[in-house]
Design a protein around this ligand. Structure first.
Ligand SMILES: [Zn+2]
Ligand SMILES: [Zn+2]
Length: 292
């Protein structure tokens, strides 16, 4: 390819925090990552925690020893900011504010959040979700940007269509809306019925029309075990699932996505080895653009 050489966008993986958040940067380095996503607590438990000064300093020092340029946390799976159940909603909002505080303390760029489940009525759920995000951002001022993740669309989950995601963001009042964006997970998009394999350009032009490329904050690169439109969230190794290799080649060479940090959440068959291989595979696609 002729022209200017560009620094490739940050590329990495979801990294384990076994032993504490301070252990994650070295793991990211070991697999050659330039982006890193972590949980900031045990994701499937309510128990909350704060990050103290000692942890934050050690985390920053460990991160400085790596080439990681973009960092994100994924929020707890238990949080449902769209729930009509008052107790669950209160618990979720409490936990979500703690997620934001930990991201701020650790100096992370993004908090990736799954929109909630509306349970009863979709429109009310969208409003509850947007209101809760606005309130959390109001309660925790700072720099971290909340990225709402596109979902596969199982059950009553919000955010499986571009229209619905755009609506949630629109319902978040300014100035908090400016601190939000979208995270696109390729496996979720495909399971939700967006055919990245058969209509790559169509999917992205629809995304741009409805949500806007300027709202895209980061991407999760995962192939899908589940077929197009199945609404099932099953991640597969890059190029080895129902999406296949070609769309990932397009993504790695897409000018519109050139500055967007990309993180894999693919199965870890062997600790480190699989993730390192997946990142090498994705890097090998750069400059080798196959049009499908
Ligand atoms: Zn997610
Ligand atoms: Zn997923």
């Amino acid at each position: 390819m002729a022209g200017r050489r560009r620094i490739p966008a940050p590329l990495g993986a979801h990294i384990s925090i076994a032993g504490g958040t301070t252990q994650a940067p070295a793991r990211a380095k070991a697999i050659g990552a330039t982006a890193m996503q972590i949980f900031t607590k045990t994701a499937n438990r309510w128990a909350d925690r704060e990050c103290d000064v000692v942890e934050c300093k050690a985390f920053a020092a460990a991160l400085a020893e790596t080439d990681v340029r973009t960092t994100s946390a994924h929020d707890s799976y238990l949080i449902n900011l769209a729930s009509p159940d008052l107790l669950l909603r209160e618990r979720s909002m409490h936990s979500y504010r703690a997620e934001l505080r930990r991201c701020e303390a650790l100096g992370l760029d993004f908090l990736v959040s799954h929109p909630g489940n509306y349970m009863d009525d979709r429109d009310s759920g969208l409003m509850r979700n947007a209101e809760a995000i606005g309130m959390a951002l109001e309660a925790v001022p700072g720099k971290v940007r909340v990225l709402l993740e596109m979902t596969a669309g199982a059950g009553t989950v919000i955010g499986a269509t571009f229209d619905e995601m755009a609506r949630v963001i629109e319902l978040i009042p300014e100035p908090y809306r400016s601190r939000t964006g979208v995270c696109v997970d390729t496996a979720h998009l495909f399971a939700a019925g967006y055919d990245l394999a058969g209509d790559y350009d169509g999917v992205w032009s629809r995304f741009d029309d409805v949500i806007g490329m300027d709202r895209l904050g980061m991407m999760h690169l995962n192939d899908s075990k589940a077929p197009l439109g199945s609404r099932r969230d099953r991640h597969e190794l890059i190029g080895e699932g129902a999406i296949g290799e070609a769309p990932f080649r397009r993504i790695m060479n897409d000018e519109r996505l050139a500055a967007i940090a990309k993180v894999i959440e693919t199965p870890k068959l062997e600790p480190d080895v699989t993730d390192r291989a997946m990142l090498e595979r994705l890097r090998s696609y750069i400059g080798v653009n196959e049009r499908s």
